[in-house]
Design a protein around this ligand. Structure first.
Ligand SMILES: Nc1ncnc2c1ncn2[C@@H]1O[C@H](COP(=O)(O)OP(=O)(O)OP(=O)(O)O)[C@@H](O)[C@H]1O
Ligand SMILES: [Mg+2]
Length: 505
């Protein structure tokens, strides 16, 4: 329609409710000597009352982190672990685990409390009330949840939890990595917790299959890798699910983007530009994708394809698809490419691919080119130019024997805008480029930046000082699209204001 491809402008019939997450509960695999073999409560740990309100990012998150930190980092003595281990073993002997498993979390906790108090009296353990409470909390977490991870999972200001073997746990709060005092009794306990997590999606981790991706009940994304591949013990990485997802105004508040830049992103999302979001690990790609999808009209049929469902689309007509790894026999794998190809038979209006990392790049570009305008995906790259060459190599390596020029033409004819996200060395996240793919000159794809983030320096506290600059383009390539969707005025205003901001600085 706008010179690049066709748009059949179809609209879907009726409303189909959003898909449900497909966690498959399965028998848990903890050997009785470590953590008892109990089913996890359906509500998961997300129901903990200790969960603080979402502190957002930046200053608020930092303040929250400070408040919550002492608990996470309080180092417990060896003596504490010895006492806990004695009481824990006595508890396991005393309770009927099957019956406990049938109680709801509060009732189970009361039951455990009574028995633990009795054991403490019987064994003559000297403890203050506060210590007893802490011990009880720890034991309940071990029996009913994810053990020492529970207090971290209950915090909403943490972005990532990284467990490197039983003794070391790091967290990322407000863009900064911190070491915590959280530790596991031993690697066996940690492995058991990993086992519990992956068993919820019907998988196991062991020597035979030492790598596994999973999702917690609350939607957090988990990766587990265990020995012999992980040399120092089971290694667990959790990208915490944000209950209150960040929206574009939040990104403006954190100075990740200017208000004008945000308006332009909003328009890009609304007017069905095909968008590639590029960035490094943890730079905020998924968050940005989530933000952009917020501007999709409610009557559009959207299909999302992800490795572990993270996106939180608010539209009524969304179908969520997830890839599947092969089973123990190495069969049954459903790849991202399978999903994207299948998508095309599901009458999508927009296709959203959580992360493009392989030959599905080809199918996504095809889809973008054939009437599924407004499709989006993320990709790991450090600049918009690198994103283009990554796309090219994904297609080449996917075994499509196409000449380089054809692949470039395909990219050029499909992608409208590349948005680059970055996590700077001070931990802040910025949108560093809004770049348009404008055409080809000979064998080279031509791009033009609308916005760039320039680093100016660093203040005394190591905080990076920088500014977003408009490049002064008054008529972006997607102008006609904006006009078609009646967003032309808003676009012109935002571009003008952005230029004035340049002059004002
Ligand atoms: N602009 C931002 N300002 C502050 N925090 C942000 C911003 N964008 C994202 N975050 C936070 O950073 C963390 C990582 O974000 P996100 O999951 O979007 O990154 P990603 O690039 O998709 O990571 P991955 O490469 O692991 O998929 C999340 O906790 C998110 O809430
Ligand atoms: Mg992501």
């Amino acid at each position: 329609m706008f010179g690049k491809r066709t748009d059949d402008g179809r609209k879907p019939p009726g409303n189909i409710p959003a898909g449900q997450p497909g966690g498959v509960p399965a028998a848990l695999a903890a050997p009785p000597s470590a953590i008892p073999d109990l089913p996890l409560p359906g509500s998961g740990f997300g129901t903990q009352s200790a969960r603080p309100a979402d502190g957002g990012q930046g200053a608020v998150a930092a303040a929250e982190a400070k408040r919550a930190e002492p608990r996470a980092s309080s180092r417990k003595s060896e003596n504490y672990y010895d006492i806990k281990s004695t009481i824990f073993n006595a508890l396991i002997d005393a309770i009927d685990l099957t019956q406990l498993g049938q109680l709801d979390r509060d009732a189970a906790r009361d039951e455990i409390r009574d028995i633990v108090n009795e054991i403490i009296t019987l064994k003559d353990v000297v403890m203050s009330i506060a210590e007893q409470e802490e011990l009880l909390e720890d034991i309940c977490n071990d029996v009913l949840g994810y053990g020492p991870l529970e207090p971290l999972l209950a915090r909403d200001d943490i972005a990532d939890i990284m467990v490197n073997g039983a003794g070391t746990t790091f967290i990322e709060v407000a863009g900064k990595m911190q070491k915590t005092g959280v530790r596991f009794r031993d690697n066996a306990q940690l492995l058991n917790i990993c086992q519990r997590i992956v068993s919820q999606i019907g998988r196991r981790v062991d020597e035979a299959s030492p790598i596994c991706d999973a999702r917690l009940m609350d939607g957090s994304r988990v990766n587990v890798i265990v020995p012999p591949l992980a040399i120092d013990g089971p290694t667990l990485t959790i990208r915490k699910f944000k209950k209150d997802r960040l929206k574009l105004p939040d990104l403006v508040r954190f100075s990740s983007i200017t208000p004008e830049g945000a308006t332009i992103l909003e328009i890009i999302g609304r007017v069905r530009c095909n968008v590639l979001i590029s960035g490094g690990t943890g730079s905020g790609k998924t968050t940005l994708l989530n933000c952009l999808t917020g501007y999709i009209d409610h009557d559009e049929r959207v299909i999302t394809c992800e490795d572990a469902a993270e996106l939180q689309l608010q539209q009524p007509h969304v179908v969520r698809l997830e890839t599947r790894p092969p089973n123990l026999e190495g069969e049954g794998e459903i790849t991202m490419r399978d999903l994207v190809k299948n998508c095309l038979r599901m009458r999508p209006e927009r296709i959203i691919v959580g992360e493009v990392r392989g030959p599905e790049a080809f199918d996504l570009l095809q889809a973008m080119n054939t009437g599924h305008d407004g499709s989006m995906g993320t990709l790991h790259a450090n600049s918009p130019r690198e994103a283009i060459s990554r796309l090219e190599s994904m297609i080449t390596m996917g075994g499509f024997s196409l000449p380089s020029k054809t692949i470039k033409e395909m990219i050029c004819g499909s992608i409208d805008v590349i948005v680059q996200a970055a996590r700077l060395r001070d931990g802040s996240r910025r949108i560093t480029h809004i770049t348009e793919v404008v055409g080809m000159e000979g064998d080279v794809i031509i791009t033009q930046d609308l916005f760039v983030y320039e680093i100016v320096g660093e203040d005394a506290n190591g905080k990076i000082i920088g500014r977003h600059r408009s490049t002064g383009i008054a008529r972006p390539h997607f102008w006609d699209r904006a006009r078609y969707y009646n967003e032309e005025r808003r676009l012109a205003e935002a571009l003008e204001k952005a230029e004035q901001r340049n002059d004002g600085e």
